[in-house]
Design a protein around this ligand. Structure first.
Ligand code: DQA
Length: 152
């Protein structure tokens, strides 16, 4: 069975409590459950990792490749704007990585407008709240299984 990894970076363990006016009221646990249920519905194995530590996120990307994951949904959080090491990790793995942001990073403080990850990701989804994870899942599914091939 093909596997999908949901990878979340620093402070996202605080979803629901953290700046709810920006990030909403849903917890990370509820997001992981929802994406896990979708993954199951479409016949994927699913694993979720959250870490506040840059190196752990890099290790998780390497591990996803070593364990033959089919793709990754990745919210690098604040590392999006600063981490060349994570950018290199995304470039280093051959599996598709989709960058996800809950908020519209392009409409916020100027330091958030740049993503150093984006050029190495397959695409970026930002500004649709936690629904962005679902959008990312569908994008990844299409990439892995092909358009209109839901049962495959
Ligand atoms: C975020 C946006 C980042 O700028 C911020 O540092 C986060 C979350 C988002 O999901 O909107 O922690 O990635």
């Amino acid at each position: 069975m093909q596997k999908i990894l949901l990878l979340n970076g620093p402070n996202l363990n605080r979803l629901g409590k953290r700046e709810p006016d920006i990030y909403g009221a849903d917890t990370l646990e509820s997001v992981e459950k929802r994406i896990g249920a979708l993954a199951e519905k479409y016949g994927f194995d699913f694993h979720a990792v959250q870490s506040n530590h840059e190196g752990d996120l890099i290790d998780a990307l390497h591990q996803a490749e070593d364990d033959s994951y089919a793709g990754v949904l990745f919210n690098p959080a604040a590392y999006t704007h600063t981490s060349y090491a994570l950018r290199d990790a995304v470039a280093a793995v051959s599996l598709p990585v989709i960058e996800i942001h809950i908020s519209n990073i392009h409409a916020r403080e100027s330091f958030r407008h740049q993503s150093v990850i984006a050029a190495e990701a397959k695409g970026q989804i930002a500004g649709f709240g936690v629904y962005g994870y679902e959008l990312g899942f569908y994008a990844l599914k299409q990439m892995i299984k092909g358009v209109g091939n839901d049962e495959a």
